[in-house]
Design a protein around this ligand. Structure first.
Ligand code: PMP
Length: 434
């Protein structure tokens, strides 16, 4: 199939048509609409291991993994069995369970900067609550974020946000009062001097810095040496709270998250995705003296009817048990490297300007002449048109990538030699057609 004949799965097209009558844009989250790549958004009917099945019974090697949570692949037996056990005992009680204590203990053990943790139901809620807590704790209002980082659709953080906001070309959202975003300073990612200057000018007003320690919402951009270290020093010096948003990187880049990879300790961490095993969950946690400011102990209010859902906790705990097995991250990282090296070789052989970034089981691919991508401007300057064609060529060859040039990719433990071979064969054809 040539790149001019986009693959058009019939049943997905029918469903998308119908969906648009009842759901705004036909989707419940914008990037799913394929606006970033064009063509018909796929509707999926199932997943097994490293594979997704669409409504037209096409099978794809999946590099989205539900946007990160499915680090074990789809339908891992341990996760499914934990869910079945919980299902037979009830869906939720609106009260505390032993399983919540167990998962909190596990999170605190695996991420030592987290002394206390609270569960919520999404990543957005986690970052929103962490920021409220940082403001309450410091009695300051200003928040620092970085260009291209996405922290969920929190009002004050929808400024130069990454992910879907970038894909749609609408970095700011209507409906967010100016007075909210006026409280947010936005800095260039990986720019150490800009951060020092901002603190020199406004340090005493800054409640917190929130950062993706590895930026996964402008494709994948790791921190340059000194970037995270400097923000740690500045936050300590100016008594601001350092929040690592590890919703994506937590248990993805390494068992202890990006903070363990780079050896920088935040005051608060937000988590999501992997800790829910694929069910809706988020968490925020960190220093006990800060966390103790939350209701019912302290004056910062935060709550959730479905928070700590027994199903989400059961799935999350099962997943956390699996990823602690010896060699898990070594295997995941090695397979991801193997796949990326194969892609690079094939792009080079086809004369396609291409480079990749990787941290653990997360990766980014860039159509660019640059040898290293570390800045937002470099990400934005990549050849998006070429990515769109590549995306569809890969889809035609049964590989499902994130439908946007600005999203990170995810490898799971279910991706073995066969899946990598299939991916590299597809890429070879795609690069040749480009
Ligand atoms: N923070 C980061 C780093 C994210 O990547 C995301 C979502 N991809 C969020 C927060 C928001 O999470 P959710 O979509 O669960 O609200």
């Amino acid at each position: 199939m040539t790149d001019s004949t986009h693959y058009e799965p019939k049943r997905s097209a029918e469903l998308f048509e119908e969906a648009q009558r009842y759901i705004p844009g036909g989707v419940n989250s914008p990037v799913r609409a394929f606006r970033g790549v064009g063509g018909t958004p796929l509707f999926f009917s199932g997943g097994q291991g490293a594979y997704l099945l669409d409504e037209d019974s096409n099978r794809y090697v999946d590099y989205v993994g539900a946007w990160g949570p499915l680090i074990l692949g789809h339908c891992h037996p341990a996760v499914i069995s934990a869910l079945q056990t919980q299902l037979s005992k009830g869906l939720g009680y609106g009260a505390s369970t032993a399983a919540e204590v167990e998962i909190a203990k596990t999170i605190c053990k695996l991420v030592p900067s987290i002394e206390k943790v609270r569960l919520v139901t999404s990543g957005t809620e986690a970052t929103m609550s962490a920021i409220r807590l940082a403001r309450g704790f410091t009695r300051r209002d200003k928040v620092v974020k970085f260009e291209g980082c996405y922290h969920g659709h929190v009002d004050g953080l929808l400024v130069k946000a990454g992910s879907g906001a970038l894909t749609l070309g609408e970095p700011d959202s209507l409906g967010v009062p100016r007075s909210y975003t006026d409280q947010t300073f936005v800095l260039p990612y990986n720019d150490i001097d800009a951060m020092k200057q901002l603190f020199a000018d406004h340090g005493g007003e800054i409640a917190c810095i929130i950062v993706e320690p590895v930026a996964g919402n402008m494709n994948l951009v790791p921190p340059v040496p000194g970037f995270l270290e400097t923000m740690r020093e500045l936050c300590t010096q100016y008594e601001s709270v350092l929040i690592f948003d590890e919703v994506m990187t937590g248990f993805r880049t390494a068992l202890g998250g990006a903070q363990s990879v780079y050896g920088v300790t935040p005051d608060l961490t937000t988590l999501g995705k992997v800790i829910g095993g694929g069910l809706p969950v988020g968490a925020f946690g960190g220093r006990a003296d800060i966390m103790n400011c939350i209701a019912p102990l302290g004056p910062v209010y935060q709550a959730g009817t479905l928070a700590g859902s027994p199903l989400a906790v059961a799935a999350g705990q099962a997943m956390l048990n699996e990823i602690q097995k010896p060699g898990f991250y070594e295997g995941l990282t090695q397979r991801t490297s193997q796949m990326l090296e194969g892609l690079q070789q094939r792009a080079d052989a086809a004369g396609i300007a291409f480079t990749t970034n990787q941290v653990g089981g997360m990766f980014g691919c860039f159509f660019t002449e640059e040898k290293a991508v570390t800045r937002f401007e470099q990400v934005m300057a990549c050849n998006v048109e070429r990515f769109k064609r590549y995306f569809h060529l890969m889809l035609d060859n049964n590989v499902y990538l994130a439908p946007s040039a600005f999203e990170a990719g995810f490898v799971s433990a279910a991706h073995g030699d066969d899946e990598i071979r299939l991916t590299l064969d597809a890429a070879e054809k795609a690069f040749a057609a480009l």
